[in-house]
Design a protein. Structure first.
Length: 133
């Protein structure tokens, strides 16, 4: 199965990025790339080629779904699994986000001690689904 070595976390709130970075780096033992906006995430994803992207849904300017659409439309980033982060995750929204091409959805606030396990589980599900296609 594919391994995670580099994770990108995209959130417009600096304290969420910092907590996520500490969790992913210290608990998950991964390299972490941070972005504060959708546009920055697209540029960094092309350059950094993370193994998985954690993407906030509600951001000013380019929101998470618009960012995901552009990532999917770009050859260099089209196959990177994207896991949405949201404070609201109702059942119909989860299905809509999966239909957009998300690898999964995680809710905020997240537990920094379990975040890497949750990311790994969504990543593994994505890899399994992609292999079945």
């Amino acid at each position: 199965m594919a391994e995670i070595q580099k994770v990108m976390m995209v959130d417009d709130e600096p304290h969420i990025r910092r907590i996520g970075e500490l969790s992913l780096r210290s608990v998950g033992k991964w390299n972490v790339v941070l972005a504060g906006s959708g546009r920055e995430a697209i540029d960094l994803a092309r350059r950094e080629q993370p193994d998985v992207i954690l993407l906030d849904i509600m951001m000013p300017g380019m929101d998470g779904p618009a960012t995901l659409a552009e990532l999917r439309a770009t050859a260099e980033t089209a196959r990177i699994p994207v896991i949405f982060l949201t404070a609201k995750a109702q059942r119909h929204e989860v299905e809509r986000f999966r239909d957009l091409g998300a690898a999964g959805i995680l809710t905020k606030p997240f537990d920094p001690m379990t975040l890497p396990d949750e990311v790994r589980a969504r990543f593994d599900e994505w890899v399994t689904r992609a292999g079945a296609k």
